[in-house]
Design a protein around this ligand. Structure first.
Ligand SMILES: NC(=O)c1ccc[n+]([C@@H]2O[C@H](COP(=O)([O-])OP(=O)(O)OC[C@H]3O[C@@H](n4cnc5c(N)ncnc54)[C@H](OP(=O)(O)O)[C@@H]3O)[C@@H](O)[C@H]2O)c1
Length: 369
């Protein structure tokens, strides 16, 4: 078996040879010297079960007032959350700025922070989209090169007001990204020879604790497991009460085989499982899904709880999942989500969800102590 360090050296060597490709490699002058993370381990996983995600607090899907957004971060902190996930793309910088407004004032050693790379923000002409109804005045330029990684991380540090990012996910490098579609494999090639080896270097230099992909489909994660040496994956919308069969059949065994873990994003399918008229980042709520939600809700109520609580606990149950990242629009939502994770749900509830076929028989469920 190839030792991790040997594998990384091989990766870096192959990346260097592959990157006679000029735009993928960082020249020495491109390299920014960042402060380092102490005590980096490999592969590193966040030691927190619940994290606050940065989409809704940055006006994802509908406008979130500044005070509400910052209140989500403050309340999360006050109630013990120490893992925060954001991205340059969330609100075109707004999420990092709002998270940073609070987090930059805290002791940096006390919290864990992940952000993303892949889109550099440039002033002017934000794209119109339903996900970002009031975009900040920046558009995006995709850049999966080595130099782009360093530039993106430095930009994020400045927006956040911190001198370190713990974890970096390559963002939306995926066939469901409308800007890419079937071209995603071309972007993937750029990342494979540019961003991925550079992130490995940054991990070796102890600048970051680790890296992975943050995507809403399984294929890019499965591919990365085969071609590179990531630490942790953010799989969003794919491991939830209403959609988990493919992850159970394909993703979880692949992660186990490679000794890697994942964090779950969009555990509520962007609010569908907390009652919103919304499914994921552009999904259609079919009559069948609506019926399924009602059935799930009825069983949750029968056992004295609510659907959001069942959904959050379900997402965190598999052995390969280290953290559930939930998005909240204000302090009240995240406080309720924290309370959801603290509830003890009866084993009978999970048995009934399985016996009615609402969740897969083989799906892991929380262990009742
Ligand atoms: N590709 C990627 O890397 C990727 C993709 C997706 C997500 N993520 C990460 O994962 C995080 C979580 O996913 P998400 O924000 O997409 O969706 P989510 O966590 O599934 O759902 C968030 C929505 O659920 C509702 N909600 C949450 N707590 C609630 C409460 N206590 N009561 C009522 N409603 C509540 C809110 O809906 P309302 O809008 O109705 O208030 C909120 O906007 C993201 O914020 C992001 O950090 C990453």
């Amino acid at each position: 078996m190839v030792a991790r360090r040997e594998f990384i050296s091989a990766m870096v060597a192959s990346a260097v040879s592959a990157t006679a490709l000029p735009s993928f490699a960082a020249s020495d002058t491109d390299k920014v010297s960042f402060p380092k993370n102490a005590n980096a381990q490999a592969p590193f996983t966040p030691p927190y079960g619940l994290a606050l995600g940065g989409v809704p607090l940055a006006s994802g899907f509908k406008i979130t007032p500044l005070e509400d957004g910052i209140d989500a971060v403050r309340t999360a902190w006050q109630q013990g959350i120490r893992y925060f996930d954001t991205s340059p793309w969330y609100g075109q910088g707004r999420s990092e700025r709002r998270m940073g407004a609070f987090l930059a004032e805290q002791n940096r050693d006390e919290f864990f922070l992940s952000t993303k790379i892949g889109r550099l923000l440039k002033p002017g002409n934000p794209p119109q989209s339903k996900v970002w109804p009031k975009p900040a005045p920046f558009h995006r330029e995709y850049d999966f090169s080595a130099a782009g990684v360093r530039r993106s991380i430095e930009d994020s540090m400045q927006r956040l007001g911190v001198d370190r990012i713990d974890f970096v996910f390559i963002h939306d490098l995926s066939p469901d990204n409308g800007d890419m579609g079937s071209d995603w494999l071309e972007y993937f090639k750029q990342a494979q020879h540019g961003a991925m080896p550079e992130l490995i270097r940054m991990r070796e230099e102890d600048i970051i604790k680790g890296w992975g992909l943050g995507v809403n489909t399984l294929a890019p994660i499965l591919k990365t497991l085969e071609v590179s040496d990531a630490d942790l994956f953010l799989s969003a919308t794919q491991y939830t009460l209403i959609r988990h069969q493919d992850s159970l059949a394909q993703l979880h065994p692949a992660l186990r085989k490679h000794g890697k873990k994942m964090v779950v994003g969009s555990p509520l399918n962007c609010g569908f499982l907390s009652g919103a008229e919304r499914l994921d980042y552009g999904g259609t709520i079919t009559p069948e899904l609506r019926t399924k939600r009602q059935q799930l809700q009825a069983i949750a109520q029968h056992y004295g709880t609510d659907l959001r609580t069942v959904a959050l606990q379900f997402a965190g149950a598999p052995d390969v999942v280290t953290s559930v990242i939930v998005g909240a629009r204000n302090g009240q939502q995240i406080a309720e989500d924290i309370a959801s994770m603290q509830q003890q749900l009866p084993a009978e509830l999970w048995q009934e969800l399985k016996s009615t076929g609402l969740i897969a028989a083989e799906a892991p469920v929380p262990i009742i102590s």
